[in-house]
Design a protein. Structure first.
Length: 416
């Protein structure tokens, strides 16, 4: 799960065998001498990474011990670039491609906020109504300020909730008056998950599929692994580029599907109480805590780079029309500064924001330890770039890709 301040360093080792990317030698040499950051890169009129960067990318991945990276670019509502390099698993050598599915970590939060705003458009959710009027989690009620928390507070990262409570915490006090300042919280999105289930009567995984992923045609995007993903999932890797054991996501998802078969109730239909009951059945020795449960509204999204870029395009100006489109008012609310973070960085609803001159950008990062990801979108130009990686050294790779592609150095990359 994401921590409040993700790691910023990575080890540089070598030895991973990665595929090469073809590039015109003359053009590659020119861009290596003039990497294209700044006005020259902006004049390309695209966020597709330069050939020079793509040529250097296998070396960057080796140095950071990152076996696979997937890049997706959407411009004008269409996928203009989708490419993956490397291998899904450094031991088996299975190649990655643009259809490979990665853990997206905290890129989970913006789609959940988006569905919340869809329900706002339908009159089912009042984002300024106290959440205790929908669902009342007992562990928060020791702090009277919790009774004033709203969906707007949770989605703008101004709730005052810590990132995650520990399983044995009997109290979970807020750090400040809701809405008064920034503090990142995954726990808040789990509360939002429960509210969305309560007002729709639909299990979270199914709700996200029916309301967002199916209408957008995102068939490789879900909050809960299922067996159809077995031959296309990337494996997480540590800082030495060694495969991890699959993390709690895959392990817990497989156990859920076994229990679902026993219960004759598909796991995607489970409500929160079902999830907690399943977790207790799977491991009676541990009391379930929100941060350790899958599906998880804050951190368990699985997707491809291109599909997540298509989702992000729905938030930008002039989004593609379709059944999952937000009202202009709700979309504007997601893009409005609600919480100041630092300098040009702020939070809207779901997405973080960065202002640069007359331009506004949406962005978010993901960190599940052995998976790292980043998304950035130009609100006015309608461009979106997504980078997904499957190793602890991922930030060093995605930062190089983002800086090359967008043509400037986003403040968000230094803040992460």
């Amino acid at each position: 799960m994401d921590s409040n301040v993700p790691r910023r360093s990575f080890l540089t080792t070598s030895g991973l065998l990665l595929g090469s990317v073809a590039a015109t030698p003359a053009a590659a040499l020119e861009r290596l001498l003039n990497p294209g950051r700044g006005p020259a890169q902006a004049q390309r009129g695209t966020w597709i990474p330069s050939e020079a960067l793509l040529q250097r990318l296998p070396d960057l991945m080796r140095e950071a011990s990152v076996p696979a990276v997937s890049i997706g670019v959407v411009e004008g509502g269409e996928v203009t670039f989708a490419r993956a390099l490397g291998v899904r698993n450094s031991t088996t050598g299975e190649p990655a491609n643009e259809h490979t599915v990665f853990e997206a970590a905290s890129l989970s939060k913006p789609p959940v906020a988006y569905v919340a705003m869809l329900l706002r458009d339908e009159g089912l959710l009042d984002i300024d109504r106290p959440l205790v009027e929908y669902v009342e989690p007992a562990q928060l009620l020791d702090d009277p300020r919790a009774r004033r928390l709203t969906a707007r507070h949770l989605m703008s990262q101004s709730s005052g909730l810590r990132n995650w409570r520990r399983p044995k915490d009997t109290e979970f006090p807020l750090s400040f008056e809701p809405g008064s300042q920034y503090q990142y919280s995954g726990e808040g999105f789990v509360w939002l998950l429960r509210v969305l289930e309560q007002i729709t009567g639909t299990g979270f995984v199914r709700l996200m599929r029916e309301r967002l992923f199916d209408p957008l045609g995102l068939d490789a995007t879900t909050f809960l692994w299922n067996p159809s993903f077995a031959d296309r999932m990337a494996t997480g890797h540590n800082r030495q580029g060694e495969p991890t054991r699959g993390g709690m996501h895959l392990t817990m998802a497989r156990a859920h599907h076994e229990i679902a078969a026993k219960w004759s109730k598909p796991a995607e239909n489970w409500m929160w109480d079902d999830l907690v009951s399943a977790a207790r059945e799977e491991d009676p020795s541990r009391e379930p805590a929100a941060g350790g449960l899958v599906p998880n509204a804050a951190a368990s999204l699985l997707t491809t780079a291109a599909q997540y870029a298509l989702f992000t395009a729905q938030v930008l100006d002039s989004p593609p029309p379709g059944p999952a489109a937000l009202s202009p008012e709700s979309r504007a609310l997601m893009l409005t500064l609600h919480t100041t973070v630092q300098g040009p960085l702020a939070w809207g609803l779901g997405f973080a924001l960065e202002d640069r001159g007359d331009s506004r950008y949406v962005w978010h990062w993901g960190n599940n330890g052995d998976f790292h990801s980043f998304v950035i979108g130009d609100v006015t130009a309608g461009r979106t770039l997504v980078v997904l990686t499957n190793a602890a050294g991922g930030p060093g790779v995605y930062k190089a890709i983002v800086r090359d592609a967008v043509g400037f150095d986003p403040a968000s990359l230094d803040w992460i």
